[in-house]
Ligand binder design. Structure first.
Ligand SMILES: Nc1ncnc2c1ncn2[C@@H]1O[C@H](COP(=O)(O)OP(=O)(O)OP(=O)(O)O)[C@@H](O)[C@H]1O
Ligand SMILES: [Mg+2]
Length: 308
C-alpha cells in the first residue's frame, strides 16, 4: 500500500483499513476495518472506552494511526486538506475559546474556511442557538448549547460528510428529535453521517447502518434492520410443570432456561409451537408470552455488556 493510494469511484464515503491506535502500552483501537456508505446515517457504537472517539479522530485526521489507515472519499485521512464542504466534524473539545462568544467562534471558523458571514447566521438558526445564546461567552454555555455550537461548526460548509462524536449527549428529548430529523434530512439529500453513541436503542431510529466495536475491535457491521432481526425472540411460559415442559421442548428441538421460580424461557420454538406441545401432553400453562430481544439486548449480547 502506498501513501498515494486512493479509491477512485469508491462508493464508500469513509473507509477504514486495519486501523490501530496505541497510547503507550494501551491499545485503544485494534486492527479495525469498516466502511461508511454514502447517503446513509451510520451509527458507531460501543461501550465506554471501546475506542469510538479515538477511531473517529483517526478518521478525520485528528489522531495519527499507529497502523492502518482511514480514507475519506478515497483520500488518506493523514494527508487530507481541511475542506468544510467535504467534511464537517464535531468531536469534543470543540476548540472554542471559553472567553469568546459562540458567534465569534463560528465567524472565525467561517473566515478560515472561506465561507461567508451570512452562513454563520444560517447555521445558528439551523441548530436553534438563539440570538442571546450566540452572544454569550462559550465558557457559560450549558452542555446542550455546547453540543449545538459544535454541530453548527460542523455544518458551516454544508458538508457532504458529517462526523459527529456523541452528538446526542446533553440534548433534551426535543433536541434529540430535532437532531434526528436534521440528520435524516441530510441523508435523504445524499449526505453522509457517521455518528457515535454508546446507546444503541436510542439511536436506532436515526441510523441506517451500524458499526459496533468493543475493546477497540469490530464486533458487528451491517444494516440496523438485520441487527433488529437477529435478536432472537424468547417465549416466556409460566407453569407448575416446568420440568415436564422442558423435556417436551427439548424433544422438539428447542432450548429452555429456568427463570425465577415457575417461569421458563424457551428459545428456538415459536409461541404457537410451545402452546401446541403443552396442550398435546396436557401441561397446564398459566401464562405464555413472546418476548422480543431488543436492540439493547443485541448490543449486550454482542459486546458482553459494558462491564469491564
Ligand atoms: N490521549 C490518550 N492517551 C491515553 N489513552 C487514551 C487517550 N485517548 C483515549 N485513550 C484510551 O483509549 C481507550 C479508548 O478511549 P476512547 O475515548 O476512544 O473510547 P470511547 O469509545 O470514545 O469511550 P466513551 O464512550 O467513554 O466516549 C480508553 O481506554 C482510553 O483510556
Ligand atoms: Mg468517546
Amino acid at each position: 500500500m502506498t501513501s498515494s493510494r486512493t479509491f477512485a469511484g469508491d462508493p464508500a464515503a469513509i473507509r477504514v483499513e486495519g486501523l490501530t491506535k496505541r497510547y503507550g502500552r494501551r491499545t485503544a483501537v485494534d486492527d479495525l476495518s469498516f466502511t461508511v456508505g454514502s447517503g446513509r446515517v451510520t451509527g458507531f457504537f460501543g461501550p465506554n472506552g471501546a475506542g469510538k472517539t479515538t477511531a473517529l479522530k483517526a478518521v478525520v485526521g485528528l489522531a495519527r494511526p499507529t497502523a492502518g489507515r482511514a480514507f475519506v472519499r478515497g483520500t488518506s485521512a493523514t494527508t487530507i486538506r481541511p475542506d468544510a464542504r467535504l467534511l464537517g466534524v464535531h468531536i469534543e473539545p470543540c476548540g472554542a475559546h471559553p472567553g469568546r462568544t459562540g458567534r465569534a467562534h463560528l465567524r472565525s471558523l467561517a473566515a478560515l474556511a472561506g465561507l461567508s458571514r451570512r452562513r454563520v447566521g444560517e447555521v445558528l438558526e439551523l441548530v436553534g442557538l438563539e440570538e442571546e445564546a450566540a452572544k454569550l461567552r462559550v465558557g457559560k454555555y450549558s452542555m446542550g448549547m455546547r453540543q449545538r455550537l459544535g454541530l453548527a461548526a460542523a455544518l458551516l460548509g454544508d458538508p457532504e460528510i458529517l462526523v459527529l462524536d456523541e452528538p446526542v449527549n446533553g440534548l433534551d428529548p426535543q433536541g434529540i428529535r430535532w437532531l434526528r430529523t436534521l440528520l435524516r434530512d441530510r441523508a435523504a439529500n445524499g449526505g453522509t453521517v457517521l455518528l457515535s453513541s454508546h446507546m444503541l436503542g436510542e439511536a436506532a431510529q436515526t441510523v441506517d447502518d451500524v458499526i459496533l466495536i468493543d475493546r477497540g475491535r469490530l464486533v458487528h457491521e451491517g444494516a440496523i434492520r438485520d441487527l433488529e432481526r437477529s435478536g432472537e425472540s424468547v417465549v416466556v411460559v409460566r407453569t407448575a410443570e416446568a420440568e415436564r415442559l422442558s423435556g417436551l421442548v427439548a424433544r422438539a428441538g428447542g432450548r429452555t432456561k429456568r427463570e425465577d421460580g415457575d417461569r421458563l424461557l424457551v428459545e428456538g420454538l415459536g409461541v404457537a409451537e410451545v402452546a401446541r406441545l403443552a396442550h398435546r401432553d396436557g401441561v397446564l400453562l398459566e401464562e405464555i408470552v413472546q418476548r422480543t430481544a431488543s436492540l439493547e439486548d443485541a448490543f449486550f449480547g454482542l459486546t458482553g455488556g459494558a462491564e469491564r
